[in-house]
Design a protein around this ligand. Structure first.
Ligand code: SAH
Ligand code: SF4
Ligand code: F3S
Length: 442
């Protein structure tokens, strides 16, 4: 029996910022089809934009489906599973969860409207990785908060032994220069004052400028920095092996490029890095950080860490802690190793017992928290700029970001998108307090 066409939708994104970007684009696509955004409780179509990176992330989708099914009867929405679980599990998803109507992979979501039409008569599935880019088929960007994401590169050729991304997102592909610059312009016209360029390996971006000259990410950043109303540029996530001289130099001579570098290293033991197939070692990573700091001494270094990788000993783990101390990471994401089906590490010997991995994760996070607090305390007394993003907890409070990606709470009536000069008067573990020094024109 043909179901009625959904009139409203809700997109729920899990996982990385690239998924958040994809989720926003799916929303724009559905709006262009005449559907209205709605809450997850009332929407006729719910898109679960999933993440497959760790087991717990991948399992979330099934509990969410369960919750949607409970709505029951006529209120039960059409359910689409998008993102990396869709790519990895494909037709297995409706087998395990028969309430699912649509399965759509991260490279095929431009076809979502057609899938929605097809799903009125039965399960619709599309996990193609088509040669033609989905970006050509997406509607123009609109309505933007002060801080916007822009995907410039997708996929990964690195094949770290623990990671599903090369399988769920496919090979490294760079979007063309002109398309990216045009999207950046559209985002700024729609209200963005900061753009974060995204890629699974964003610094592996390669392309040609409009004159046909070969360019890397630094060239692209330079071009985007020319947009007058754009105030700040960031990029994430980078791989140490793709940090070019040009990109390092960009941190010294492009004012709009913020002093923040998210550069995952994963572990501080060369033996473990080798087993992870990271293709860099601790010495090369430390040398790289030194070169970046030589050019931009105040830069905040961030990273990702995995504890409990197969074979990790207490000594290996202590080397990770030592590396974090040596670099002085200002923040980091850290994870307990999660074996992923189909990856080489999943069958490696010497798994680390769960309680040992839990304990290591706690110790690592305690160290990172200390360093983050210390980094924040170092900002005390500094005069800096806050880009206002949203309301704070209390009336009359706004929350903005510092150039180093710290949250700053400011007593002000300023609107999101305003850039305020503030003096940092207090520093907590997770945020700063700023007092307005002098308002500057937004
Ligand atoms: N391309 C990026 C990010 C990939 S996913 C990079 O290479 O840095 C984000 C983070 O998830 C990784 O950096 C890694 O720390 C973590 N991660 C990936 N696979 C994992 C796994 N199987 N178990 C635990 N953490 C994992
Ligand atoms: Fe995964 Fe490694 Fe690629 Fe990052 S570089 S996405 S961790 S395979
Ligand atoms: Fe997750 Fe896919 Fe991103 S697995 S981290 S949503 S690339």
């Amino acid at each position: 029996m043909t179901r009625p066409a959904p009139k409203s939708f809700h997109v729920k994104s899990f996982g990385c910022q690239m998924n958040a970007y994809d989720g926003a684009r799916m929303g724009e696509l559905l709006e262009a089809e005449g559907m209205a955004p709605a809450s997850v409780e009332t929407a006729d179509l719910v898109v679960l934009n999933t993440c497959h990176i760790r087991e717990r992330a991948a399992e979330k989708v099934y509990s969410d489906i369960g919750r949607l099914v409970k709505r029951g009867g006529a209120a039960r929405p059409m359910i689409a599973v998008a993102g990396c679980v869709a790519q990895a599990e494909g037709a297995e998803i409706p087998r395990r969860a028969p309430a699912v109507d649509i399965v759509v992979g991260p490279q095929a979501y431009h076809r979502l409207p057609a899938l929605v039409r097809a799903a009125r008569d039965g399960v619709a599935l599309d996990t193609d990785m088509p040669a033609a880019s989905k970006f050509d088929a997406l509607p123009a960007r609109r309505r933007q908060g002060p801080s916007a994401f822009l995907t410039v590169q997708e996929g990964c050729d690195k094949f770290c032994t623990y990671c599903v991304v090369p399988y769920t997102r496919g090979a490294e592909v760079s979007r063309p220069w002109a398309q990216i610059v045009a999207e950046a312009q559209a985002l700024v016209e729609a209200g963005a004052r900061e753009i974060t360029l995204l890629g699974q390996n964003v610094n592996a971006w390669r392309g040609e400028d409009i004159a046909g000259r070969p360019q890397g990410l630094d060239g692209l950043i330079r071009a985007i920095a020319e947009i007058p109303a754009l105030a700040r540029i960031r990029y994430t996530t980078s791989h140490p092996n793709d940090m070019s001289d040009g990109l390092i130099a960009a941190h010294a001579d492009i004012d709009k490029l913020m002093p923040f570098l998210h550069l995952p290293v994963q572990a501080g033991s060369d033996r473990i890095l080798k087993a992870m197939n990271r293709s860099h070692d601790t010495t090369s990573y430390l040398r790289l950080i030194e070169r970046v700091r030589a050019i931009r001494p105040d830069i905040a270094i961030s990273g990702d860490f995995i504890v409990g990788f197969p074979g990790e000993t207490e000594v290996d783990f202590e080397q990770t802690l030592a590396l974090i101390r040596a670099v002085g990471h200002a923040q980091a994401f850290s994870f307990k190793y999660s074996p992923r089906p189909g990856t080489p590490a999943a069958t490696m010997a010497d798994p680390v017992p769960d309680d040992v991995a839990d304990d290591r994760l706690q110790r690592l996070q305690a160290l990172i928290n200390d360093q983050q607090h210390a980094f924040n305390r170092n900002s005390l007394g500094r005069r800096t700029e806050a880009l206002i993003e949203r309301d704070g907890k209390r009336p009359g409070q706004r929350i903005g970001k510092s150039p180093w990606l710290q949250s700053i709470v400011v007593e002000t009536g300023a609107a999101p998108g305003e850039m305020l000069t503030v003096d940092i008067v207090a520093a907590g573990p997770n945020s700063l307090t700023g007092a307005i020094a002098q308002p500057v024109a937004a």
